[in-house]
Design a protein around this ligand. Structure first.
Ligand SMILES: NC(=O)c1ccc[n+]([C@@H]2O[C@H](COP(=O)([O-])OP(=O)(O)OC[C@H]3O[C@@H](n4cnc5c(N)ncnc54)[C@H](OP(=O)(O)O)[C@@H]3O)[C@@H](O)[C@H]2O)c1
Ligand SMILES: [Zn+2]
Ligand SMILES: [Zn+2]
Length: 364
């Protein structure tokens, strides 16, 4: 067993269970164990880890006494989009070497044999992919602990070479936020001649805008925050629709081939479906869980409702190459990891432009 240091959520305390803005710091700096390297493993010194809204959902759920993952109670160490450097390799590691910059996202293993895995969609593995935190290791059955930590041990296949030219801090959010919007944008054909709208300008949303613009799509931001309009245009968006203004929403009816919904709270899909064009698609990748759909909102215009999450190994590598070529990284606010609780609390207040990234070097 190897020992490192990381940030662990407290169990069953009130804290983050409160409404946004009333959160109490719930993460504590603790020693953590990592497994000894297996033949196809490598050890990564985690340098930068993005703060995803899913981390906040998980911490809040834990604080409320819930445990969203199977396998019973286990420590919660969030963090599933990180970059770092390989520090050690197992004997069967062939593609990466000590010193290589790498990036790890929100899945760290899959069965490798099912139809989804064989199709390169490890993220949809029929045996369920191993999540970077809150998952269960396929070999030893231990709970996975995430990237809010100085070291991570991962199978080589799920560590992606970080292309030269990508700033490692600003690239970290590509590994969850980026690839989660990249796959649906690609699968739905975003590009020249398509009209894309991105609902919710946060971590996922701002990367969806940058990627859609870089793909050549006519791109619009749908936001309930009118003060983000300037940022939206700076990110490359061609239009902005303020979702709280019924006139603007009515004027945008049936206008977009693809609407990527990244909103982090439960909400009515109707207003967003009504923005989808004939035969277009609403890709709902934000807040997951049950939704109610008025089928007339699909019927009128033969519209499609879809979802997605994370990425396969191949498309993650494709996305990183595309981002290196088109100079796409996240707009980040870099904080020492000791300020993780402040980052989570501000994320809960929608006070982030547009992704917090933790600098893990203070864990040495
Ligand atoms: N499918 C997946 O695999 C996957 C992967 C990563 C994250 N997620 C989920 O995606 C969601 C977004 O994550 P994120 O990290 O991008 O979060 P984020 O940075 O907090 O951004 C979410 C954005 O949603 C909008 N929003 C928030 N509350 C809203 C409300 N009540 N009504 C309308 N709009 C609201 C805000 O945009 P405006 O101010 O512009 O309105 C906010 O910036 C989270 O629920 C996260 O768990 C899913
Ligand atoms: Zn995430
Ligand atoms: Zn599989």
């Amino acid at each position: 067993m190897r020992t490192t240091t990381g940030w662990q959520a407290e169990d069953g305390t009130a804290g983050m269970a409160g409404t946004a803005g009333t959160a109490v710091a719930p993460l504590r700096r603790v020693p953590l164990h990592r497994r000894d390297l297996r033949p196809d493993d490598l050890a990564v010194r985690v340098d930068y880890c993005g703060v995803c809204h899913t981390d906040l959902h998980s911490v809040r759920s834990r604080a409320a006494g819930g445990d969203p993952y199977p396998g019973g109670p286990h420590p919660l160490v969030p963090g599933h989009e990180f970059t770092g450097v390989v520090t050690e390799t197992g004997p069967e590691v062939t593609g990466l070497r000590v010193g290589d910059p790498v990036a790890v996202g929100n899945i760290v293993d899959s069965c490798g044999a099912c139809a989804m895995c064989r199709a390169g969609q490890e993220n949809f593995c029929h045996a369920f992919p191993t999540l970077t935190y809150g998952g269960t290791d396929r070999v030893d059955g231990t709970a996975t602990l995430g990237g809010y930590s100085r070291e991570y041990v991962v199978r080589e296949r799920f560590a992606h070479a970080l292309p030269a030219g990508l700033d490692p801090a600003a690239a970290a959010p590509l590994l969850c936020a980026g690839v989660t919007v990249w796959e649906p944008l690609r699968a739905l054909g975003a590009g020249p001649g398509t009209r894309v709208a991105v609902a919710g300008l946060g971590g996922l949303g701002h990367l969806a805008v940058k990627l859609a613009v870089a793909l050549g799509a006519d791109t619009t931001v749908i936001t309930r925050s009118p003060d983000k309009a300037g940022d939206a245009r700076r990110l490359g968006a061609h239009g902005v629709v303020v979702s709280t203004d019924p006139e603007q929403m009515a004027a945008a009816r049936d206008r977009f081939d693809i609407v990527v919904d990244t909103i982090s709270a439960p909400h009515d899909l109707g207003p967003y479906l009504r923005l989808v064009a004939l035969d277009g698609t609403l890709s709902h990748v934000g807040h997951l869980g049950p939704v109610t759909v008025e089928t007339l909102d699909l019927l009128i215009g033969r519209k499609k409702l879809s979802s997605a999450g994370s990425g396969g190994c191949g498309s993650t590598a494709d996305m990183l190459a595309f981002c290196a070529e088109h100079r796409v990284t996240a707009d980040i606010e870099l904080l020492p990891s000791a300020r993780v609780n402040e980052a989570l609390e501000r994320l809960g207040r929608n006070d982030v432009r547009y992704r917090f990234v933790l600098d893990m070097s203070d864990l040495d």
